[in-house]
Ligand binder design. Structure first.
Ligand code: CAO
Length: 539
């Protein structure tokens, strides 16, 4: 065992380059040639590999640090003999293009053959990306293809501005120095050098691969908006490889790294969004037939509107609660064949009982709420119609022998659903008290997972706010939810005359895979009867 400093090799004209990615962490086993960090100048990015196999003892650099030739980046516990740190100096020939070696802008008209430039030790490198299509206008230095060896990947730019007439290579083709990769119908650039340029012009000098270990270099990656590579995805070779392995279209991934660089994590998140169905690739969207294929949702992609075009805007991130509940609500709204039945309950007597009870218990500090009565009434209805207190498990129903009732609570950060456990065993006073405690915890953002789990049925009450009826979304894996709106005095025909009664609007949403319309109508009717006269619970 020996401790070995892995240093930045000779990286050509690069004076000081920024560390933009850490690819290993202390404790990681690394292979010889495995990339340790990615550095970037304004001309290129490159991965600095380890010259030895071993275990990372210490990372000597942090994101944003500036490094240059000879800077120690990692201390490695090497398994082999100590390797002279200068090993990396063999990289002299791996120097990427000097920053100053920008190509002379060629002025050419007519067909220009674009050839693979001198790419050093590379032989038979594979074409891994086609970055332009025939018919497209290409700028001078715009990358046309990406090639990759096992050491590095690089983009081959066009040496002429014009229209791409023909691509001479296909994905997977192997190319060598001098091979024609494309034909561009060139237009003379105003700023072009007057000297005539032969058709097979030399392109932007590109980084040269070196004997082992070579930095993996992405040529022409300087990702400056409006720059030559603007519009091209900005990612290191290993990230590109990772994206290719997963079939992720890089140009559809939003980079979260510095200067919009795409990181491995961005690729993972993109893949997750595709897998969970929250995102579609352009190719998937294009394939979606108008009538749907029965596979997935085949939805159109989400409309992208530049709102700022129409007026001033402000962008604010969704709260954590909204992000989590949004994903759940979307799944529940899409996956459950839900139906909502609206009904009314006469709560005239119940409300006067509630008011008198509150007067009686004034000193106790407990406020008896309508919601507490609703919870008790729902428990009675759930006991009478047990499928409303069930959950789907594949082709089976799980009937729960407990009655835990969730209630939606509005908080400054979004909607949460605390749960009154064993509501069947508790009285109205206890439920009222627990509800007020849970509602306070909810508003203070102090609810724990235990406070919000285990519900068998949920009530969403907007009664204190207003409205008539609404269609609540079922809180899966529950199979029904009761929405309650504001009660109001209404004239009700009692057979002889209209009498003023306090009417409570109810909206019951139910999962049609589990519950039938008739059962839902019966559930609502029974709930209404109990709310009208709680003595019915005793029958
Ligand atoms: N009809 C008429 N008035 C009602 C009522 C109803 N259905 N329900 C409650 N009220 C009245 C109460 O009488 C009380 O009035 P006073 O202040 O004059 O006594 C007032 O509204 C507040 O009621 P409350 O203290 O009983 O509270 P609540 O049970 O209505 O609400 C809670 C508690 C946590 C449910 C509520 O704060 C809340 O967050 N509601 C919003 C839930 C929600 O957002 N649901 C939508 C989910 S779908 O997006």
């Amino acid at each position: 065992m020996a401790l070995l400093d892995i240093k930045v090799p000779d990286i050509g004209d690069f004076e000081e380059v920024a560390v933009i990615e850490l690819l290993v962490k202390p404790g990681d086993m690394v292979r010889a040639e495995q990339s340790l960090i990615t550095v970037e100048s304004d001309k290129a990015s490159m991965e600095i590999p380890s010259s030895q196999a071993g275990v990372v003892k210490e990372l000597k650099v942090r994101l944003g640090d500036k490094v240059k030739e000879g800077s120690v980046i990692v201390v490695l516990e090497s398994e082999g003999a100590i390797v002279a740190p200068q090993a990396a100096s063999a990289l002299a020939s791996a120097a990427p293009a000097p920053a100053s070696a920008a190509p002379a802008a060629p002025a050419a008209t007519g067909s220009v053959e674009i050839r693979v430039p001198d790419i050093g030790d590379f032989k038979d490198v594979a074409v891994i990306e086609l970055l332009a299509k025939p018919g497209e206008a290409v700028k001078l230095e715009q990358s046309l293809i990406t090639v990759e060896s096992d050491k590095a990947s690089m983009e081959i730019p066009s040496s002429a501005a014009g229209v791409l007439k023909e691509l001479k290579v296909r994905l997977g083709d192997k190319v060598n120095i001098g091979d024609v990769i494309a034909v561009v119908e060139a237009v003379a650039a105003a700023s072009a050098a007057p000297a005539p340029v032969s058709a097979a012009v030399g392109v932007t000098p590109v980084p040269v691969a070196a004997p082992t270990p070579a930095p993996a270099v992405t040529a022409v990656p300087a990702h400056q908006p409006g720059g030559a590579s603007a519009g091209l995805p900005h990612a290191s070779p290993s990230v590109r490889k990772f994206a290719r392995e997963l079939g992720v279209p890089l140009n559809e991934v939003r980079g979260s790294g510095p200067k919009g660089r795409i990181t491995a994590e961005d690729i993972q998140k993109f893949t997750q969004s595709i897998m969970t169905g929250t995102l579609q690739t352009k190719a998937q969207a294009a394939k979606a037939p108008a009538g749907g294929s029965g596979v997935g949702l085949d939805l159109l992609p989400w409309p992208k509107v530049d709102f700022a075009k129409f007026g001033p805007i402000e962008r604010k991130e969704l709260s954590r609660i909204k992000k989590i509940s949004g994903a759940n609500l979307t799944r529940n709204a899409i996956m459950i064949p839900a139906v909502t039945n609206h009904d009314d309950a006469d709560i005239t007597e119940l409300e006067s009982f509630r008011i008198s009870t509150n007067k009686e218990h004034e000193k106790s500090g407990i406020k008896v709420t309508l919601l507490a009565f609703l919870i008790k009434a729902c428990v009675a209805a759930l006991k009478k119609f047990p499928e409303f207190n069930s959950s789907l498990d594949g082709d089976a129903l799980i009937y729960k022998q407990y009655w835990h009732i969730g209630f939606a609570a509005d908080t400054p950060n979004g909607l949460v659903v605390p749960v009154i456990k064993d509501a069947d065993k508790k009285g109205i006073l206890q439920i009222s008290q627990e509800m007020s405690e849970l509602a306070k915890k909810a508003r203070d953002g102090k609810l724990g997972p235990a406070d919000m789990s285990g519900a068998t049925f949920t009530i969403s009450s907007l009664g204190g706010i207003g409205g008539r009826y609404f269609t609540p979304i079922i809180n899966a894996p529950e199979v029904a939810i009761l929405g309650v709106c504001k009660s109001q005095m209404e004239p009700v025909w009692n057979g002889q005359e209209f009498v003023p009664r306090l009417i409570l609007p109810l909206s019951l949403t139910w999962d049609h895979r589990v519950i039938d319309g008739a059962a839902a109508a019966r559930f609502n009717a029974y709930l209404g009867q109990i709310l009208a006269d709680f003595r019915r619970v005793l029958l």
